[in-house]
Design a protein around this ligand. Structure first.
Ligand SMILES: CC(C)(COP(=O)(O)OP(=O)(O)OC[C@H]1O[C@@H](n2cnc3c(N)ncnc32)[C@H](O)[C@@H]1OP(=O)(O)O)[C@@H](O)C(=O)NCCC(=O)NCCS
Length: 244
């Protein structure tokens, strides 16, 4: 497969950087490696419209048959990104190479879907959500958001965080691999993975184990699972769903 065929296979979803595998996610290292190889082996060229980039990595163009709404105003989807049908992309947003965004998902304004991120069906990525790219290290899992999740305004997900189905992340939550997630329903502390149906809000925890931090009343950020999704939660996010 030449580079162009490889990028087209990513765009049609016939190959993916990561895929579901019996409730787990399998990272296809060879696909990530091939993306990296394209960066390393190709030269920067002068593209139309005063853009300069590696030769095969231009922007995707869409047609009516793709059945998406790509709203004018400065968004870009790079080659090698899969965009499912009935997706809305509000400007300005950016979807990077290797990303997989499944059908009926909403990408609101100022959203970044970083390289290799895997976004499920009917996900709502609210305004200014930042999904970090995980291209390197090669074996690391990308950020994954499963079907029917609601990601609130300004949420930041990086370092291969996995958000399970129907979870809700409230505005402003930042999750990296080492952010502690306090589940006050099940009285447990998690890292790197949000369980199915969890409702997650931003929190703080006192830093008590270091005398200097304690003396100065320092707190560190964390995330808190305050509840699991119920009828009230569904009402809270219903308005946004009407816009899909
Ligand atoms: C999380 C959300 C869906 C509310 O869900 P809900 O099930 O109705 O939650 P509840 O009102 O029952 O709140 C449960 C607890 O979490 C707390 N909580 C809810 N949202 C919170 C937030 N954003 N930050 C901190 N705490 C929050 C509540 O105060 C409550 O705690 P309490 O019982 O001690 O008072 C809603 O706050 C939300 O984030 N909506 C999305 C907004 C958004 O990003 N829109 C997109 C715009 S582009």
């Amino acid at each position: 497969m030449d580079n162009q065929e490889f990028l087209t296979a990513l765009e049609t979803g016939t190959i993916r950087v990561a895929e579901p595998d019996n409730g787990k996610w399998k990272v296809n290292i060879d696909v990530k490696q091939r993306i990296l190889d394209i960066f390393h082996s190709s030269k920067v060229v002068d593209m139309s419209g005063n853009f300069l980039d590696k030769e095969p990595l231009n922007l995707r163009t869409f047609h009516i048959k793709d059945k998406i709404r790509f709203v004018p105003g400065g968004s870009a989807v790079r080659t090698g990104a899969f965009i499912g049908s009935n997706i809305v992309i509000m400007p300005p947003s950016y979807v990077n190479i290797g990303a997989y965004v499944d059908e009926e998902t909403m990408i609101d304004s100022h959203v970044l879907v970083g390289s290799c991120a895997q976004i499920g069906k009917r996900v709502h990525l609210s305004a200014a959500v930042q999904i970090g790219g995980v291209l390197e290290p090669i074996g690391d899992s990308p950020v994954i958001v499963e079907d029917n999740c609601f990601i609130g305004a300004g949420v930041i997900l990086v370092e291969g965080v996995l958000v399970r189905k129907k979870a809700i992340i409230a505005p402003g939550v930042t999750l990296s691999a080492s952010t502690p997630i306090y589940d006050i329903v099940n009285e447990t502390i998690l890292k790197g993975e949000i369980p199915q149906n969890a409702v997650v809000v931003p929190g703080n925890r006192p830093k008590l184990d270091v005398p200097f931090a304690k003396e100065h009343g320092l707190t560190l950020g964390c995330a808190v699972i305050v509840k699991y999704r119920d009828d009230k939660t569904n009402v809270s996010i219903a308005l946004e769903q009407l816009l899909r």
